[in-house]
Design a protein. Structure first.
Length: 358
């Protein structure tokens, strides 16, 4: 928010966000505390918070913790009201041990971070196609994990199943194993207690395997349906991204979710590389000039870049030639992968400005 108001009328605010309530604190231009208050995390609460904050002056900016979780709704509301919102990282343990922990303390700390420039990142807007992609990917990721867990349980159960059943299912591929288990015909649940000896074990094993196989098939169908919904959204959001070699719907969706609906918040391809954790960190001292691995950033986006590199190492002659050349220069596989991920990040960033929000 820009204003020509006198300096005395300008304030900076900070918010400590929670699931049910948000605590806000305001400070003046030299960092002196003015007031703090707590409001419900609802639409009416957002309005009350804005009115209360405006009563203390014109907000130059407001720092909010957790703009990707509890503070997402408040950040959207304030941005829509014309308030400049910056993202504040949660204090580390060492800082909290030094100053203590309470909602007012955290809110004033967020305001101070927004004032001194420690917090300057622009939060994701979460109002366009990319937010829709992110929501669907949450459901898809959960279904994928559940399906993996299901097939692992099915295989583990076969290991301890009766010998006849185990021999019947031995050596089958995962797809054929699921089909075979889904066609098993166990006894009815009401008849299990009447089965003598080993028969009840066989019947129970068949029943469990059948249920797990059908669960696997249901989850596979759910994942397929989600892919059908995601594909047009990803293409509409960033068609140029899907044209890159090694980038499919899943990888593109993860990269888009990392960037958000407002890619302009990333000032350069170097900032995007840092966000994805592929920008080397300087670790030089004295006569030693070196860089170390960046273990920060969005690890899911880092994994998406890793997937692209693996695909190119297998199918792209140019990438394979680069890897062979760098191997001849004495670099190991890990170093080569890091270099390739950095190059891929540059290509991906150039494809991102085509994002269009509805």
């Amino acid at each position: 928010m820009t204003s020509t108001a006198p300096l005395a009328d300008m304030i900076v605010a900070g918010v400590d966000t929670h699931r049910d309530t948000h605590h806000i604190a305001v400070i003046d231009q030299v960092g002196r505390p003015l007031a703090d208050a707590q409001f419900p995390a609802t639409t009416d609460g957002y309005r009350q918070l804005l009115v209360w904050m405006s009563g203390h002056g014109i907000a130059q900016r407001i720092g909010i913790e957790g703009t990707g979780s509890y503070g997402a709704g408040l950040a959207r509301f304030l941005a829509g009201a014309g308030v400049t919102v910056v993202e504040v990282d949660r204090p580390d343990r060492r800082t909290r041990r030094a100053r203590g922990k309470s909602d007012p303390i955290d809110a004033y700390a967020a305001a101070a971070a927004a004032l001194n420039g420690t917090a300057s990142g622009t939060p994701k807007s979460r109002v366009g196609l990319v937010e829709a992609v992110r929501s669907l990917r949450v459901a898809r990721r959960g279904a994928m994990k559940a399906r993996t867990q299901t097939i692992n349980q099915l295989r583990a159960l076969i290991v301890t199943a009766p010998a006849d059943l185990r021999e019947q299912l031995r050596g089958l591929t995962p797809a054929r194993l699921v089909v075979a288990c889904s066609r098993l015909r166990p006894a009815r649940n009401s008849d299990l207690a009447d089965c003598p000896g080993q028969d009840v074990v066989m019947a129970a094993a068949k029943s469990a395997l059948r249920r797990l196989a059908r669960r696997y098939q249901y989850l596979s169908q759910e994942i397929g349906d989600l892919d059908d919904e995601l594909r047009p959204l990803v293409r509409a959001a960033a068609p140029a991204l899907l044209e890159l070699r090694g980038v499919a719907t899943e990888v593109a969706g993860q990269l888009l979710a990392c960037v958000g609906d407002n890619p302009e918040r990333l000032r350069s391809e170097a900032s995007f590389a840092h966000l994805c954790g592929v920008a080397p960190i300087p670790a030089s001292s004295g006569r030693t000039d070196r860089h170390r691995l960046n273990r920060g950033g969005d690890r899911s986006a880092n994994n998406a870049l890793h997937t692209i590199v693996l695909s190119r190492l297998r199918y792209d002659p140019r990438t394979r030639d680069y890897a062979a050349r760098r191997t001849g220069q004495g670099l190991g596989k890990k170093e080569i992968m890091r270099c390739l991920k950095r190059y891929v990040a540059r290509e991906v960033f150039r494809a991102l400005p085509t994002l269009d929000s509805p």
